[in-house]
Design a protein around this ligand. Structure first.
Ligand SMILES: *Cc1c(COP(=O)(O)O)cnc(C)c1O
Length: 402
């Protein structure tokens, strides 16, 4: 069988448009394709491979658990899930954990829990959900409707109702909309897919206060910001505002699919037996790998390392920009970095990504105008420098072609 990009078009649903490059092997922050070409990985999946590829701690956890037990239904619990939940609870504001398999599912659980909590405590009128334009919360129909890009949720029939959007960082818009009918406000503590947009400190604090005033739950979607990405275990710890519900996925499993919803005992009790569930959620293999990832990331070495690596990353990007003047701003927090293209390249962020692949470096975009970098949290300095040297060549090429 010839396995190549053409086979994708033949046998796969056309909802993606992948690169012609098919990676077959990865080690740390390097990836090799079918022909043996090597790439520096500044993408990490999409902010997923927090410890790079084939980190020995994760490989060991997967092998060890793979020889013990792979799956149990939720009729029985399992040791890796319990250990991971205990560690998440000990390291955060939360008392309780629900495991899912993805970010969207963790968010779906969060939204359903918020609605049930509001119904039980206040009645059916309290169902309004406030979220933010350009926010991203996943692709299930509820989460994509709460996400702030109507283009992603239009065209699938009637949407889940009572969901409203305002601009991120616009506190007065939240204030104008929120009422005692509001059940929850859902936000990313730094918008990822929406363009690497940081919140203003006053905004997050203000939203927390408005939620408290109106008995609404504050849900932080930390699917992209969580597990060390911003230099804290969870971004809320750096923002200084504690949510009522927090969701985690992407980096949580370091490349193995898992999601989690974290909350307090008082709120959690509203998901009574039978109200929600998942066949695979809390699967022992996923939880064993996630536990190893958690143990590795949640250390001063790794978390402080993120801050130091981010400085180097941004300074090299700034050097490139001084020469070529292609970015109007380099922003983000920790190793969640966005380079906003200047007016001459508006709508063309993807050109830098595709040309980067030609030069042997993998990056991402966040919308049409932002090149996004989400490398491994433990990427060696030499790989940052080599990847940036390749990225500079890509920038030179894009400039020459523009
Ligand atoms: C990626 C992402 C999701 C969706 O996660 P999936 O695992 O793709 O379902 C949700 N929220 C945020 C902030 C994300 O970045």
């Amino acid at each position: 069988m010839t396995v190549n990009r053409a086979l994708f078009d033949e046998v796969m649903v056309p909802n993606y448009s992948p690169s012609a490059v098919i990676p077959v092997r990865g080690q740390g922050s390097r990836v090799w394709d079918q022909s043996g070409r090597e790439f520096v990985d500044f993408a990490g999946g999409i902010a997923v491979n927090c410890l790079g590829h084939c980190h020995p701690a994760l490989v060991n956890a997967l092998k060890e658990q793979g020889e013990k037990i792979w799956h149990l239904s939720n009729v029985m619990t399992n040791e890796p899930a319990l250990r991971l939940a205990k560690k998440l609870v000990d390291a955060t504001f939360a008392d309780k954990v629900y495991f899912a398999n993805s970010g969207a599912e963790a968010n779906e659980a969060a939204l359903k829990l918020a609605r049930r909590w509001a119904l039980d405590n206040f009645g059916a009128h309290k169902s309004q959900i406030i979220a933010f334009n350009k926010g991203f919360h996943g692709r299930t129909f509820f989460t994509v409707t709460v996400g702030g890009q109507a283009a992603y949720s239009d065209g699938f029939g009637p949407k889940p109702g009572d969901v409203y959007h305002v601009d991120y960082n616009d506190l007065s818009a939240v204030e104008a909309l929120i009422s005692d009918n509001t059940c929850a406000v859902m936000m990313e503590p730094l918008q990822g897919e929406g363009g690497i947009v940081s919140p203003e400190a006053e905004f997050v604090k203000g939203v927390r206060e408005l939620c408290d005033k109106h008995n609404a739950l504050l849900i932080f979607d930390e699917v992209q910001t969580g597990v060390g990405r911003t230099g804290e275990l969870y971004a809320y710890q750096g923002v200084g505002v504690t949510p009522d519900i927090l969701t985690s996925a992407k980096a949580l499993g370091g490349g193995f699919p898992i999601g989690a919803m974290l909350t307090t005992t008082a709120i959690a009790q509203h998901l009574k037996v039978g109200t929600h569930g998942s066949t695979y959620g809390g699967n022992p293999l996923a939880c064993a790998v996630a536990e190893a990832a958690f143990d590795t990331v949640n250390t001063p070495e790794v978390l402080d390392g993120v801050k130091a690596k981010a400085e180097l990353f941004k300074s090299l990007l700034n050097d490139i920009n001084t020469k070529y003047n292609v970015f109007s701003e380099i922003r983000g927090k920790g190793l969640l970095i966005g380079a906003v293209v200047s007016d001459a390249y508006k709508g063309k962020a993807k050109d830098f990504l595709t040309t980067g692949i030609e030069e042997g470096v993998m990056s991402l975009v966040a919308g049409a105008d932002v090149v996004r970098f989400t490398p491994s949290l433990v990427i060696p300095e030499a790989d940052i420098r080599e990847g940036m040297a390749r990225f500079e060549k890509a920038v030179a090429k894009v400039v020459a072609a523009n």
